[in-house]
Structure formats: C-alpha cells, structure tokens
Design a protein. Structure first.
Length: 294
C-alpha cells in the first residue's frame, strides 16, 4: 500500500517519513507538491498509485495569519478541499491533521469531538473550514486528527524557542494561565501510521474526527520549566533561567490563544487503541536528538 504524505518538510511530516520503516511511503514537501494545485495533486496520486493520503501540510504561522489571511486560507482551507476532491475521485482515504485552535478555550473541561467549535482567529477559522471541506467532499473516507501544542526535533516550536532563550537570558516570563498538553510530533506521526496500517489490513476504518494530545495537562509556564530542567540534565544548558509566570494579557500577540486547549482523548483510545503520549518522554527524545547532533 503506497501512502502519500503531503507537507513532508514540516514537524509531523518529517517524523512520518523518518518513522515509515518498510512502509511504501512517499513524502512530498511544499516545493514538491502544492496542495492547492488540483492538477498537480491528481497527478501525484495517479503516478504513484496512492492508496492513502496523509495531509501534514498546513499554514501554522498563527500570528502572521492575522495579517496574511489569504495565505492561511489557501493552505488550510483550499488545500484540504483540493486533496479531498482528488481522493474522492479515486476512492482513496485522507488522514488530515487539525488543531485545538478550532475551539475558543473557554470550556472548563477538556474538549471532546462533540464540543462546540468556536475559533478565535484567522488560523483557527481556516483550519475549521478545511475540516468542513474534507467532510463535504469525502464524507465516508476521512480521519481528521486534532492535535495541540505540537513540538519536535525539526522546525520551529516552543521547545526550540525556550532553549534558545535559556541560553541567552538569566530570566524570562512565560504565560501561566493557558492550559493544554504538549504533544510530540513523533507521537502524532506514530498514531497516523498506526491508523494507516489498520486501513491497510482492514480496508475500512471508524472514520471521523479524533483528538490526540499529550499527557498530563500543564501550562506554557510549567512546560517551560520542564524544558529547562531537562535541558540542564541533558547537558544542553549550564543552568536554568528563572521563569516568571505571567497572565496572557501581559504578553499580547496578534492572534488570540485558547485559554484551555486540553483534549479528551477517550474516543481515539476506544476505537484505535491509541493512548495519549506522555509529553515528558517526547521532550527527552527531542533534547537527546539535539544533543547527539550538536
């Protein structure tokens, strides 16, 4: 079974390619396949006799999306619509990555798949529209996997930023009133490959929308403190900086953030046997990767 991965140059896309093992997986990055180009997408599916597509392509510059909405909508809504239509034409399933930003973060409990959607900014609205485009074009052959607070060894993310700041400063301030669960990009890739493997053996899946995030829930401040402690233990930092907790309003950004991004992952556990990954293990894996390559 040939699996096509779009967005193979991103955090999750690179992990999918690296963890493919003996699977027949073809990874194409943005320069190799523009997912908004219907002709190019159809040709890619046909030339490789693809049986399943994993869309890891996305515009993830959350703040830039506020000033560059057309770019966000093109990649996050038009791209998935093109992919879904191409997949429908050749009866190929689509696995697609979405985000916690489809929610407003005002819930007092973790969000499950039935929770009301209410995106706050351009990025969240464009991702929600991309979800809807997939449901419309490919209603019975898609899995939408919503993830949150993704970090990994590749590309820009919170862990890389904190490590850089920790090397430059003796103290910094980090938001302490936004809650969520960091999710290792490698764990997301592993989950998607597990779902793909199941389709390869069963030729059918419990299609629909699922939530996956790490465990346990923390804050950005709590995550930052863990990053510095583990970086010191790994020898990547001589000493941890002081991390001052601050409220969201003390660190204004162009795009609003959900105050609560915690996910209820019961459904993916029940239907696929996929457990929420401990983010501390993922953090250590990332830091050890950087240590080996530094």
């Amino acid at each position: 079974m040939t699996i096509l991965v779009t967005g193979a140059g991103g955090q999750v896309g690179r992990e999918l390619v690296m963890r493919a093992g003996r699977r027949a997986l073809v990874g194409l990055d943005r320069s190799q396949l523009d997912i908004t180009d219907a002709g190019a997408v159809a040709a890619a599916l046909s030339a490789r006799r693809v049986r399943l597509v994993v869309n890891a392509a996305a515009w993830t510059a959350v703040d830039r999306a506020e000033s560059e909405p057309n770019a966000s909508w093109s990649v996050n809504r038009a791209g998935p619509a093109v992919l879904a239509a191409a997949c429908a034409a050749v009866t190929v399933p689509l696995l697609h990555i979405s985000t916690d930003y489809v929610f407003d973060g005002r819930s007092a409990v973790p969000y499950d798949e039935a929770s009301a959607v209410a995106p706050l900014g351009v990025y969240g609205r464009s991702k929600w529209a991309g979800e809807q485009a997939i449901r419309d074009a490919l209603p019975d052959r898609h899995v939408i996997l919503r993830v949150a607070w993704v970090f990994g060894a590749h590309g820009g993310n919170f862990v890389r930023t904190m490590l850089r700041l920790g090397q430059e400063r003796e103290a910094l301030s980090v938001v302490a009133d936004q809650y969520g669960a960091p999710t290792h990009a490698g764990a997301v890739a592993t989950a998607l490959l597990s779902i793909a493997d199941r389709y390869g053996t069963e030729a059918a899946l419990p299609w629909g929308t699922y939530h996956l995030s790490g465990t346990p829930v923390t804050t950005w401040h709590g995550f930052a403190e863990s990053i510095f402690a583990e970086a010191c233990a790994a020898g990547l930092l001589a000493r941890a900086p002081l991390v001052h907790p601050i409220p969201t309003e003390a660190y204004p950004l162009p795009a609003p953030r959900p105050a609560n991004s915690a996910f209820d992952c019961t459904l993916i556990r029940a239907r696929f046997g996929i457990e929420p990954p401990p983010w501390m293990a993922g953090l250590r894996e990332v830091l050890n990767t950087w240590k080996r390559t530094s």
